[in-house]
Design a protein around this ligand. Structure first.
Ligand SMILES: [Zn+2]
Length: 600
């Protein structure tokens, strides 16, 4: 008994019995004409599909809900592709759609059980859109909302950022969204999400098999090619604020931390290859594991997979010549010693020397940042991590994210590398976010963030602020002075706060408050924190005196701005304290952010 009405759900395999034949013809009568005008052929073909799965490449599965008198009260028509391992929900028709209750809820639960049993990667379905931009009719939109709200309760949400919902012609005024239900695998640690290549194959299968007459091949190619994100991006929840259960093993009552209140953590996975084994090269792989060890057990973080991005953003912030010299290092022999630029023939930029080592000096600012074949893959992957973290915040999936990466990036300018940095990941995150609003970059590394300063020097939509040891005495020596304030449109949008002497926690906070005041006045939509931890007492590259408690307090102050924030790991080389200091900073950041958003 559900809601006072009894019904049973059963699977109909064929139309051999009279009872089955009758229920199938009722299904055919009830099928509303909704999806892209294909219904008459499709409806007529249902009987055939039930009997001849191979011919149709999909196996058709029909579930019916019948009342005590065997009247049809709802049905779900599901297709299964055992090659590509997915299910397509063609139709779910029921008098009411209430999650967990009624005919609709029971049918969809049955469909999910079946898909799980079939080991499908998930269920795909088309739903008409709830956005005014692609569905002008208000009452239709209202129905569409109810349907999307219903599926969202099960974790099924539209795929975002593709051209699936492209109208087929001038009459197609309400093109459907493609919705994906991952069968609740999302919460699993390190779940890969819906892979791009799998999604492309599946979408091609859906369009060519189901809509062969309607979709010309160019249309299918266009839609398939538009699946660029890997994993595919799923629209953030719109109707329910989801909760995620606490990690197992925690004592006491189960605490719920809302997904969007956790720090989305993106950890670089292929950085170990970039390992310079010379004595004294402090920018080493253990920096990542030292931090990860301290934060990975914290429930405040939610690990998310790295997405791959095209070079578009990188090309917007870096000169092709820099990318070329970095890529050229791929040609070096793997066993060759790292190449350290040692001459800087900068006076003849129009006459590049043939020798790679000498030419590298055109694009480098120091003698201690080497080139070797692993530089490009590692730095490129760090940018993917930073863009993943930025994407989560840009699309509202997270409000705080952390790209735990190396090599660092903030010394890399448009055309030069140096200071252990090759590609500017913080600048890449800011550039990406700047498509969606104003961005402030706050660089709290001990060293001046000359890279972002130079890249955004002429812009007023990206504010750059840096707190650092004075360039009179500290790397990079040529930039970071107070009178560098921006140029042209960017005049007034760069703020340098160099410290002439060593700062302790209290001294640092005084400077940080000035920096945050500037950020607050700028009123950005997004904040990027270039998080150097080399301001710690004892760091081999700096002379500030911060302790873990100071990092916590700094985090609170930054979080209290209440701005959606992407944190990108920069420097920090004392691996004995890196983890504790990172953990303290994020504890403060989350706490400050939450307190601020509750107060709002
Ligand atoms: Zn640094």
């Amino acid at each position: 008994m559900v809601g006072g009405t009894m019904f049973r759900i059963r699977r109909v395999h064929d139309t051999v019995t009279e009872r089955n034949a009758r229920v199938v013809s009722r299904v055919q009568e009830m099928l509303p004409n909704r999806i892209r005008g294909i219904q008459s052929a499709f409806v007529a073909g249902i009987v055939d599909q039930l009997h001849n799965p191979v011919e149709h490449l999909f196996r058709t599965i029909l579930f019916v809900a019948e009342d005590e008198k065997n009247n049809l009260s709802g049905f779900a028509l599901l297709s299964h592709d055992s090659n590509l391992k997915f299910c397509l929900l063609d139709y779910l028709v029921a008098s009411s759609l209430v999650p967990g209750r009624g005919v609709g809820g029971a049918l969809y639960q049955r469909v999910r059980e079946e898909a799980t049993k079939l080991r499908a990667i998930g269920i795909f379905m088309e739903c008409l859109p709830d956005d005014q931009a692609i569905c002008a009719d208000a009452s239709l939109r209202d129905q569409n909302r109810k349907r999307l709200r219903f599926y969202e309760r099960y974790g099924a949400r539209p795929i975002d950022g593709t051209r699936y919902e492209t109208p087929l012609g001038p009459d197609d005024d309400c093109p459907p969204l493609l919705v994906f239900d991952d069968l609740s695998r999302e919460g699993e640690n390190g779940a890969p999400g819906l892979k791009r290549n799998a999604a492309r194959r599946i979408v091609r299968a859906i369009l060519t098999r189901k809509y062969a007459e309607l979709c010309p091949p160019q249309f299918v190619d266009m839609v398939v090619d538009s699946f660029g994100d890997d994993p595919v991006r799923i629209r953030p929840p719109r109707y329910h604020s989801g909760t995620v259960p606490a990690a197992s093993g925690s004592e006491g009552a189960v605490q719920q931390i809302r997904r969007e209140d956790r720090v989305a953590l993106v950890v670089i996975d292929s950085h170990e290859i970039h390992h310079i084994r010379e004595r004294g090269y402090v920018e080493s792989p253990v920096r990542i594991s030292a931090i990860l060890r301290k934060i990975e057990l914290s429930r405040a973080f939610l690990r998310v997979p790295i997405r791959h991005y095209s070079d578009e953003i990188i090309r917007r912030i870096h000169d092709p010549a820099l990318l070329a010299i970095l890529r050229e290092s791929l040609k070096m022999a793997p066993d060759q010693d790292p190449v350290y630029p040692y001459v800087f023939p900068i006076h003849h930029a129009d006459r590049p020397p043939a020798d790679y080592t000498v030419r590298a000096g055109y694009y480098c600012i120091d003698t201690f940042t080497p080139l070797h074949p692993n530089v490009w893959p590692a730095a490129r992957r760090a940018v993917d991590c930073a863009l993943t973290a930025a994407g989560l915040v840009a699309h509202g999936e997270s409000r705080l994210s952390y790209a735990l990466v190396r090599p660092p990036g903030h010394h890399a300018e448009r055309k030069v590398f140096g200071g252990f940095c090759y590609l500017n990941s913080s600048a890449a995150a800011a550039e990406y976010l700047s498509d969606g609003g104003h961005v402030a970059i706050l660089d709290v590394d001990f060293h001046h963030g000359n890279g972002q300063q130079e890249i955004f020097y002429n812009r007023n939509d990206v504010l750059t602020v840096s707190i650092h040891g004075h360039p009179h005495f500290q790397y990079p020596y040529f930039a970071g002075f107070e009178d560098e304030t921006g140029e042209g449109k960017g005049e007034g949008y760069n703020l340098n706060l160099p410290a002439t002497k060593s700062l302790d926690g209290e001294g640092y906070r005084r400077v940080l408050k000035r920096a945050l005041k500037r950020v607050y006045d700028f009123d950005p939509d997004f904040l990027v924190v270039a998080l150097g931890l080399d301001t710690a007492r004892g760091d081999p590259t700096g002379n500030f005196l911060l302790r873990a408690d100071d990092f916590r307090e700094n985090g609170v102050l930054v979080g209290a701005l209440g701005i959606p924030t992407v944190v990108v790991q920069e420097g920090g080389y004392d691996t004995r304290v890196l983890g504790a200091n990172a953990r303290a900073f994020f504890d403060g950041l989350s706490g400050g952010f939450l307190a601020r958003s509750r107060a709002r």
